[in-house]
Design a protein around this ligand. Structure first.
Ligand code: SF4
Ligand code: SF4
Length: 126
């Protein structure tokens, strides 16, 4: 894995850890925001990095394994970054860290992400 991928990987893992914690411990329906269309997006992104993702047995979400999603965070950017507005608006400490990191992830994706037009990443998440 090259330097660019390593930097993307590190940042996406950091933001995925933040959002995962909110969703797992502060949501009545953790994982409720997953959808097959987002698994498809992860698959497309993985192909851009030359990675083949391992399909799981879940009836609806092909990359949901028995212990959670099996896709590395940098290959599922939308999922890694996503957290609902409620979490941002109601938890100031979380929002401060999350929004700052999200901006860094956005800028890095714009700089190093595979084949997205400039500022596309930002539009994607707004
Ligand atoms: S890629 Fe993973 S996190 Fe994203 S929708 Fe599919 S199972 Fe959920
Ligand atoms: S994004 Fe919001 S609604 Fe979706 S799983 Fe996370 S906390 Fe729950």
């Amino acid at each position: 894995m090259g330097r660019k991928s390593t930097e993307l990987q590190r940042l996406y893992e950091a933001i995925a850890a933040l959002t995962r914690e909110r969703c797992l411990h502060h949501c009545p329906e953790p994982g409720g925001c997953c959808g097959p269309q987002y698994c498809d997006l992860a698959e497309e992104r993985a192909a851009q990095f030359g990675v083949q993702l391992p399909v799981q047995a879940h009836p609806r979400l092909k990359y949901m394994g028995p212990r959670g999603c099996v896709v590395p965070a940098y290959l599922r950017p939308l999922c890694a970054v996503h957290v609902c507005e409620m979490q941002v608006l109601q938890h100031e400490d979380f929002a401060r860290v999350y929004l700052g990191l999200r901006e860094t992830v956005c800028r890095t994706e714009e700089r190093l992400g595979p084949g997205w037009p400039r500022r596309m990443a930002r539009r994607y998440w707004e």
